[in-house]
Design a protein around this ligand. Structure first.
Ligand code: DMJ
Length: 456
């Protein structure tokens, strides 16, 4: 696998040379104090964690303004503790990690008569449990992951093999046949890892089929649409883009090749990225953006880009395309600095906001971390410092961190999703912490930032 990756990188070597034409001019700035920043990120993690512990302990999420809690499905699945555990381990928060692990082992049960969203539970719970198992060797976590994976399997029982969006953890009943590429195609890192660790191929096979069935339905020009019916296999919305609902489908084509050495994934990734770069990429005033296009014709339908699209520089960098990665990251950073923090979506031609909220999303930080890892260019540390300062300034509350209703007014809203711990603060920390904190080359991050190690 490593040899293939090196071959790909060499093939793309012309892409690796930073192009003067696209270099981002940076004003001279003071050297970033990485150690101090890593310490600040860790302290902010603890601040938010204490808020969760004090006001929402044992529940899915903290509501940071009302200091109450929220459970996604009426009963808790310990979403925040499961999502946060590997970050605690990575940050060296030993006491918190041990207490949280023991609490999960003693209290987490999936034997519940509730319909859960297969995608969200897979990326947060399955990913979190598998990663924490690999970091600790605690087999109770693997047992929980296997129990969960087994309960989620009925979701794949459709005529096409594409998964239903919701599955009942106790009865195995399914609902919601209209899904999207992100939900049908972002399962294989977790289900595949579960297969490797339990030696039960069923998990890999079901999630791989879902990914392949999604890809098989791409248009003649290689694009996928926004929504698809799992019973008929027909597209119900043919808008193609890189944002929410499609985003991590592309991420997993690449990552499943890298993690499992799966040649089908390699082929699917290479065909897909060519179509994405041909039809979704957009040049505006010498800036690179990725917009929307109709999946059959490739005709531009919208010049929208947002916080979720900002994961793509990380994927481009991981694939070896540093030239596009750098340029797109510069655009994402412009989106952030224009408003002092990034909006959920804007029109990149007019720079007008289309959706003004900010829900503490991590993608732009994730891409900053990847770019710094591959280039060691200090501009990415400076970007990270600026974003961390803005993040703390606008989103910190007495009890933790709060989403913003509007990045214009900076009015807060009462939400603190678990990905704050799993992703946003983890990627900030990894950006500033010594590279030895986590061996980047040995892991593949799932889309919820849970590092998976190829131990098989
Ligand atoms: C996370 O749950 C995952 O990163 C997912 O892929 C997209 N949405 C959120 C974070 O924004």
């Amino acid at each position: 696998m490593i040899i293939r990756l090196i071959a790909l990188l060499l093939a793309c070597s012309s892409l690796l040379a930073p192009s003067a034409a696209f270099a981002v001019a940076q004003p001279a700035r003071a050297k970033v104090d990485r150690q101090k920043l890593a310490g600040r990120v860790r302290a902010e993690f603890l601040h938010a964690w204490r808020g969760y512990r004090q006001y929402a302990w044992g529940h899915d999420d903290l509501r940071p303004l009302t200091k109450t809690h929220h459970d996604w499905y009426g009963q808790t699945l310990l979403m925040t503790p499961v999502d946060a555990l590997d970050t605690m381990i990575i940050m060296g928060l030993k006491d918190e990690a041990v207490k949280t692990r023991e609490y999960i082992a003693a209290n987490l049960s999936f034997d519940k008569d509730i319909y859960v969203q297969n995608f969200e539970i897979t990326i947060r719970h399955l990913g979190g449990l598998l990663s924490a198992y690999q970091l600790t060797g605690d087999r109770r976590l693997l047992a929980l992951a296997e129990d969960l994976g087994t309960r989620l399997l009925p979701a794949f029982n459709s005529a096409t093999g594409l998964p239903y969006r919701f599955v009942n953890l106790k009865t195995g009943k399914v609902r919601d046949p209209e899904t999207n590429p992100a939900e049908s195609g972002t399962l294989l890192v977790e289900f595949g890892t579960l297969s490797k660790l339990t030696r039960k191929p069923v998990f890999y096979d079901k999630a791989k089929r879902a990914l392949v069935e999604t890809y098989k339905r791409r248009s003649s020009i290689g694009l996928v649409g926004s929504t698809i019916n799992v019973e008929t296999g027909t597209w119900t919305n043919k808008d193609s883009h890189l944002g929410g609902g499609i985003d991590s489908y592309y991420e997993y084509l690449l990552k499943c090749w890298l993690l499992f050495g799966d040649e089908d994934c390699r082929r699917m990734w290479l065909a897909s990225i060519a179509a994405v770069n041909k039809y979704l990429a957009d040049e505006v005033k010498n800036e690179l953006w990725y917009g929307h296009a109709e999946m059959d014709s490739g005709k531009r339908t919208a010049t929208s880009y947002g916080a979720l699209d900002a994961f793509f520089p990380a994927v481009l960098a991981l694939s070896g395309d540093l030239r596009r990665a750098r340029r797109l990251q510069a655009s994402s950073f412009k989106m952030w600095t224009t408003f002092g923090i990034e909006p959920e979506q804007l029109n990149y031609r007019t720079m007008k906001i289309e959706s003004a909220g900010y829900v503490l999303r991590p993608e732009i930080i994730e891409s900053t971390y990847y770019l710094y890892h591959y280039t060691r260019d200090p501009q990415y540390l400076q970007m990270g410092e600026k974003m961390f300062d803005d993040f703390v300034k606008h989103c910190r509350t007495e009890a933790g961190y709060a989403a913003l209703r509007s990045v214009v007014t900076k009015e807060k809203s009462d939400g603190m999703q678990s990905f704050l711990f799993a992703e946003t603060l983890k990627y900030f920390y990894l950006l500033f912490a010594p590279p030895s904190t986590l061996n980047f080359k040995q892991v593949v991050f799932n889309t919820e930032a849970h590092p998976i190690r190829k131990t098989w």
